[in-house]
Design a protein around this ligand. Structure first.
Ligand SMILES: [Zn+2]
Length: 384
């Protein structure tokens, strides 16, 4: 049973003219950047290169596994499957995520086609779009932000009722996070499509028949290529291919979950709560700055590999812009935020972000944890 998931209230942002001015200034400055440099906000040559790189990498690693030369060398066999898992999360971060935000191209059919890369790696893009959009709109608000819903397994927010098991959440976190990819591929999509009629605050959802067909076909393709074909055609025993599939999901799944989680759930984030009427007294862009932190922003390789997930603040405010532009437009965001006296938060390294993630999990493991609701009381982690 889901606990406090769907909000009965319609949650909306009730802002002031002053706060809206920040949002307006930011949008004008970023539009000017694209205009002055005469560049499109969608994919550029670097993005096309990344797309080709992802496809070639997947084919190379999969062909290596299917060549059968690793079947008698278990360590290398599992390492190759783990590498395939990392290629898959590269695809999710760099192609699927942008496409699901219609940020890959100005042409909707291109975005739709590229978003099927999510289905290919095991996560249904139709459902991902739905759940991810709800997350985007209502970061860190329990009842509407679907990423806070964990069936009571975790307490990511002080608004989640405390359970005795939460006392150990900072200890069992890595184990459960490692199951995230597997759970998504084998359970979550089916549950959302066939059992639950809501995603976040979208209630009584009626999925089109074509999406049921797409779900079945894409699961056949995903499990066929990553599990059943290796099971049938390799000389390794079937259970080794099964363990190979698990190793493809576990470590990459842990990495995937941590990269997403540290951007919103960290010591220093805010947990805004709607009032009786469902109002959040804020401008949405400022809400994002209060609930989101970037990490390793200056690492060119890290940002390249993570598809800009680490440059998350601007992504939330303007998800329709392709991630290859995030480093440049985040400089604009920092500048505009400074002018308006708004705190921009970032962790310089992933290690720092991870420590802060574990720190908030530990705080929330106790029933009486006090964490900030709004920025006024939240400490700035780092200011540029
Ligand atoms: Zn997103």
């Amino acid at each position: 049973m889901l606990v406090q998931t769907t909000s009965d209230k319609v949650v909306r942002f009730k802002s002031t003219r002053e706060k809206d001015l920040f949002d307006k200034d930011l949008r004008i400055a970023i539009a000017k950047y694209f205009q002055d440099n005469n560049i499109s906000k969608f994919a550029n040559a670097e993005m096309y290169f990344k797309t080709v790189f992802a496809i070639v990498s997947w084919i190379a690693v999969w062909s290596l596994i299917m060549s059968d030369i690793l079947s008698q060398r278990p360590l290398l066999f599992f390492a190759a499957f783990t590498a395939l898992g990392y290629v898959n999360i590269f695809i999710a971060f760099n192609i699927g995520h942008d496409a699901c935000h219609n940020a890959y191209s100005g042409k909707q059919w291109v975005n739709k086609m590229m978003s099927y890369s999510m289905n290919f790696i095991g996560a249904n893009s139709y459902l991902f779009r739905m759940m991810h959009n709800v997350h985007h709109q209502y970061v860190n608000i329990l009842g509407t932000d679907v990423t806070l819903e964990t069936h009571g397994l975790f307490r990511f927010t002080p608004d989640e009722p405390h359970k005795p098991i939460h006392r150990f959440q900072h200890i069992y976190t890595p184990v459960l996070y490692a199951l995230a990819g597997l759970h998504w591929a084998a359970v979550k999509d089916f549950k959302w499509m066939f059992v639950e009629k809501h995603i976040g605050n979208n209630k009584n959802i009626k999925h089109p028949f074509s999406e049921y067909v797409a779900l079945v076909i894409s699961k056949v393709v995903h499990f066929g290529l990553h599990l059943f074909i290796p099971m049938i055609f390799l000389s390794a025993p079937w259970w080794m291919a099964l363990l190979g599939y698990l190793s493809m999901q576990l470590l990459p799944g842990l990495t995937f979950a941590l990269i997403f989680q540290v951007t919103h759930v960290y010591d220093g984030t805010c947990y805004p709560k709607p009032d009786e009427e469902g109002n959040i007294e804020n401008n949405y862009a400022i809400h994002v700055l209060e609930t989101t932190a970037d990490f390793s922003r200056k690492s060119r390789l890290g940002s390249w590999l993570m598809g800009g997930i680490n440059i998350h603040v601007i992504h939330h405010i303007m998800p329709g812009i392709c991630h290859v532009h995030y480093p440049a437009i985040t400089e604009i965001l920092i500048d505009v935020a400074k002018k308006h006296g708004i705190v921009y938060q970032e962790h310089k390294t992933f290690g720092q972000a991870l420590r802060n993630h574990m720190s908030i999990l530990k705080k929330l493991s106790k029933p009486d944890a006090t964490v900030p609701r709004y920025r006024e009381t939240a400490p700035a982690i780092s200011m540029n």
